[in-house]
Design a protein around this ligand. Structure first.
Ligand code: SF4
Length: 401
């Protein structure tokens, strides 16, 4: 039976760069070192999460720069050329994230910090044994990298329960490809992406994480941990256990394991360093975080509704609450998950959401699997007001379909 090692290293609260560097080194040593991965002359693409502001380290939203810097310093010690590269969520200016976080300072210190969205050369990467996409659109830099390291921030997620080393790779896609992934099927599409980019290593920033309605507006949770592993499925399964999930509840991990891209069963994973039981803590799940209830608004989830659409709708409602737009909810019925349309409600008052509602869609249908939160808000509000995007800077018409 194949086994994978996943290391867990604890830091002190609020660790500075020297301590984070030591923790990353220790985490890599515990999994047997990375001499088998990085060779002199290699182009090593270090891929942190820059999903969106807030960029402050206490918010737990993006990978803190020190973790990426530690990996860059270690790669340099091997005689490799490290580049720290990522693209933020659709509609978010990655360069602003760089400038407003410590990544701008890293660039000033001489590290190569690259906003992928500003790269000109796009390429289609071939997917092996595809389920959704034959190719995925990325950048030449990603194709040229000898080694890709996934460096996620550990968070709960409003569409995929958890985001970690596999989901994080979506930052290697162009915005158009990110949108297509939401429309055509996120849960297998991201696994297609995993087969296309073949990351060799994951190092998880679990120093300050997010629980509840992540990946942007969740609540910060101080864990003070660094995790590492060469099998991304095993890393994500361990992170799922760390925050109180059975990995079987996290569909991306399940789908990646089912395609033989790694192992998720506990008896196939050797956790080294801190014992999991000593550091684990159940995170508040996205569905448990402050539901929005408004009189006159009706939400019907059919039996087929998975967490993708459940969490998307919930997140859309939270976006509306944050934008002071709850007054547009009364009179609207939202339906997901292959549910029958309520006969007593006029079709023009019904918003159908997701691919599962395709056969039953109304004129106010939102495409996707799961769809984009902002498009759900737009379908609810209609022409009555502008959708206030919570973290994107481009207009909705320009960024989404
Ligand atoms: S469209 Fe269906 S399968 Fe896709 S996220 Fe929504 S409920 Fe789940």
């Amino acid at each position: 039976m194949s086994t994978a090692k996943v290391s867990i290293v604890k830091t002190n609260p609020k660790p500075g760069y020297p301590e984070i560097y030591r923790a990353v080194r220790e985490a890599l040593a515990l999994i047997g070192g990375i001499e088998d991965i990085i060779q002199p002359g290699h182009l090593v693409l270090i891929n942190p999460s820059w999903v969106a502001p807030p960029v402050e380290r206490e918010a737990g939203c993006i990978t803190i720069p020190e973790v990426a810097r530690a990996l860059a310093d270690i790669a340099r010690d091997f005689g490799a050329r490290p580049v720290i590269a990522e693209s933020s969520a659709v509609g978010v200016d990655s360069e602003k994230v760089i400038q407003q976080s410590g990544y701008g300072r890293l660039r000033a210190m001489g590290y190569e910090v690259i906003d992928l969205k500003a790269q000109k050369a796009r390429v289609d990467l071939a997917v092996g044994h595809s389920k959704v996409f034959e190719t995925v659109e990325s950048w030449e830099l990603v194709q040229q990298a000898d080694v890709i390291i996934s460096v996620p921030k550990l968070k709960t997620h409003d569409q995929t329960e958890m985001t970690c080393s596999i989901k994080k790779l979506k930052g290697l896609l162009t915005d158009e490809a990110k949108k297509a992934m939401h429309q055509e099927g996120l849960f297998e599409g991201v696994v297609d992406l995993l087969t296309a980019v073949k990351p060799r290593l994951a190092v998880v920033d679990a120093i300050i994480c997010q629980e509840g309605v992540g990946p942007v507006f969740g609540k910060p949770v101080e864990m003070n941990l660094i995790l590492a592993g060469k099998d991304l499925v095993a890393v994500d399964a361990t992170c799922a256990r760390l925050i109180g999930y059975d990995p079987a509840e996290t569909l991306l991990t399940v789908n990646a394991a089912a395609r033989g891209l790694g192992v998720m069963d506990a008896d196939q994973i050797e956790v080294v360093g801190e014992p999991l039981d000593r550091v684990k803590r159940r995170f508040l799940r996205a569905v448990e975080d402050h539901p929005v209830e408004v009189e006159g608004f009706n939400l019907i989830h059919g039996e087929a509704a998975c967490t993708g659409c459940r969490n998307t709708v919930m997140s859309a409602l939270i976006d509306m609450r944050n934008a002071d737009q709850l007054m547009y909810l009364p009179g609207v019925t939202v339906v997901t998950g292959s549910a029958a349309l309520p006969a007593e409600v006029p079709p023009e008052d019904i918003v159908t959401v997701g691919l599962c509602m395709k056969a039953n869609q109304t004129d106010r249908h939102v495409r996707g699997c799961p769809p984009n939160n902002a498009l759900v808000v737009k379908a609810i509000i209609g022409d009555r007001a502008e959708v206030k995007r919570m973290y994107a800077t481009e207009s909705l018409d320009k960024t989404d379909h």
